[in-house]
Ligand binder design. Structure first.
Ligand SMILES: Nc1ncnc2c1ncn2[C@@H]1O[C@H](COP(=O)(O)OP(=O)(O)O)[C@@H](O)[C@H]1O
Ligand SMILES: [Mg+2]
Length: 311
């Protein structure tokens, strides 16, 4: 196993240019990308694929619908407002109940109904969307995140990222927030990337500020040998996302709900490359093995089995 970034570079590491040219440009036709960049369309793709997602309670598309919020929610008081074309967590508001003064937010603050209506208007106007285009506001079920990494994720919600290439689950990582990253899982903010053995769902090592680590930088908890629950299901869900999107190179983001288990949160047509460092393995090595092996007639089961056999 490779342990330093430079060792990785000599051993089949995929760079940004290689990703953009050989995988994104060749394998991900431009006209198919908008569907995965829009979380409402992503839900439809997931439904076709038989992959569970947080329930969509409703969509607000135009200003005039904002006053019908309660009717759209059918009395539900806990929900998430999310810009359909947002990214990096911007514009996501988790509402968890209400009191006399208004809506209770997960952050502990209270927002008046009027302020909430204003917030939704801003989402529609494109305040949080890619390139500031007009957007739609999704009203989504609140995920009750399960404690899958009890000792490791003390400061927020971890998620899983699985790279799927031509329908073959290729490499996986978890992104774990830290106190330093303020509960966000972004690696550049100080989150930890955890490499996961695609065959078994057991964590390998961590990467933190571009360094390989084996213990949590804040708690000292070991980062390797953690066994993820429902791994086979997660791998299958990821592989299933491939066909309906039509994309060769795909990042699949999954979270754990306490009751519903693994749910697809979003898809990404240009997944980042930190998964390699987290695993200590270059992606290129695996992607070229897949290119040599894969044929259109391979079944879902064969693709999953091949992905799990990759070294
Ligand atoms: N339905 C939800 N319930 C609770 N938290 C959510 C929900 N959807 C998103 N979040 C929070 O927001 C983060 C980003 O959500 P995501 O759908 O991946 O959007 P983005 O494209 O902005 O990354 C998640 O990692 C999670 O912490
Ligand atoms: Mg995300």
């Amino acid at each position: 196993m490779l342990t330093t970034p430079w060792a990785l570079r000599r051993n089949g590491i995929l760079g940004i240019n290689g990703r953009n040219v050989n995988y994104v440009a060749d394998g991900n036709p431009t006209h198919l990308i908008p569907a995965v960049n829009d979380k409402i369309e992503t839900k439809e793709l997931a439904r076709k694929a038989g992959v569970p997602t947080p329930e969509l309670y409703g969509v607000i598309e135009i200003q005039a619908q904002v006053r019908h919020l309660d009717r759209i929610l059918e009395g539900r008081e806990s929900f998430v407002i999310k810009p359909a074309r947002g990214a990096q967590g911007d514009g996501i508001l988790v509402v968890d109940g209400r009191n006399r003064k208004g809506r209770k937010l997960a952050s502990g603050k209270v927002m008046s109904d009027r302020a909430l209506a204003h917030y939704i208007s801003n989402v529609l106007s494109g305040m949080y969307s890619l390139q500031g285009q007009q957007d739609r506001a999704m009203l989504e079920e609140v995920v009750r995140f399960a404690d899958v990494f009890d000792d490791v994720a003390e400061a927020g919600v971890p998620d899983l990222r699985i790279i799927v290439y031509r329908g073959v689950p290729t490499m996986a990582m978890a992104r774990v927030p830290t106190r330093e990253s303020d509960g966000k899982a972004n690696l550049h903010k100080g989150g930890i990337g955890l490499g996961i053995d695609i065959a078994t769902g057991v964590t390998i090592q961590g990467v933190y500020h571009n360094r390989i680590i084996h213990e949590h930088p804040e708690s000292g908890a070991p980062l390797s040998g953690i066994e993820l629950p429902e791994w086979d299901k997660i791998v299958e869900m990821s592989a299933r996302c491939s066909e309906p999107t039509g994309l060769d190179y795909l990042g699949v983001d999954i979270v754990f709900d306490q009751e519903r288990g693994p749910l697809l949160l979003e898809l990404n047509a240009r997944p980042g490359l930190s998964v390699q460092l987290s695993n200590g393995i270059g992606l290129e090595t695996r992607l070229s093995q897949i290119t040599d092996w894969v044929r259109p007639e391979h079944t879902l089961e064969e693709r999953i089995a091949f992905g799990k056999s990759l070294q």
